[in-house]
Design a protein around this ligand. Sequence first.
Ligand code: GRF
Length: 216
Amino acid sequence: MAKLKVGVLISGRGSNMAALIAATKAADYPAEIAVVVSNVADAAGLKTAQEAGIATAAIPHKGFPDRESFDRAVSAELEKHGVGLVALAGFLRIQSPWFPAHWQDRIVNIHPSLLPAFPGLHVQQQAIDAGARISGCTVHFVTAELDSGPIIAQAAVPVLPGDTADTLAARILRQEHRLYPMVVRWFAEGRLSVAGAQVTVAGVPKGATLLFSAEP
Ligand code: GRF
């Protein structure tokens, strides 16, 4: 069967993108990365993708008069590559409402907190400052509202005494790299359905949408 073509949007290091690339190397993985697009021309992740033989495009947002015209250019690039799923992976650009509407139910994001707690930026520090004992990451469908949208799966990790934003971020990131490829697989296998805020994943064991890791 033809593999689902995924377009990954990045702005920086691209470790989640790299985790997706690694997952696609398995012969039975039902998706492939068709193109990686960055709004930052020198994003390190672009080089990683090129070294893996994946098509890349740098589309600096500064060249556009407004958000929507940038979003339309990104979309055209994705469509040129036959993309059926857009995966935001550290894409640090707020999108116009047009983009998630255009890709509705075909666009996902990974966020380094247990949403709806701690949307926005510096979220590991937010979790520490709030005294949270648990945090993690969330993969969700993208809607016009930032870091909201139906939750598909989450991975939870402890917040440990003495954690800094960096140590917590590293613990969460290890789980991001497990969670994102798992969700993209489910999407590609046609298992996901959305009704309002509820996402169901057909044919997976109960509880499969929540990973735990107690690793320090
Ligand atoms: C990750 O923590 C992701 O959850 C967030 O931005 C970070 C991107 O890291 N949205 P990377 O570029 O995938 O390494």
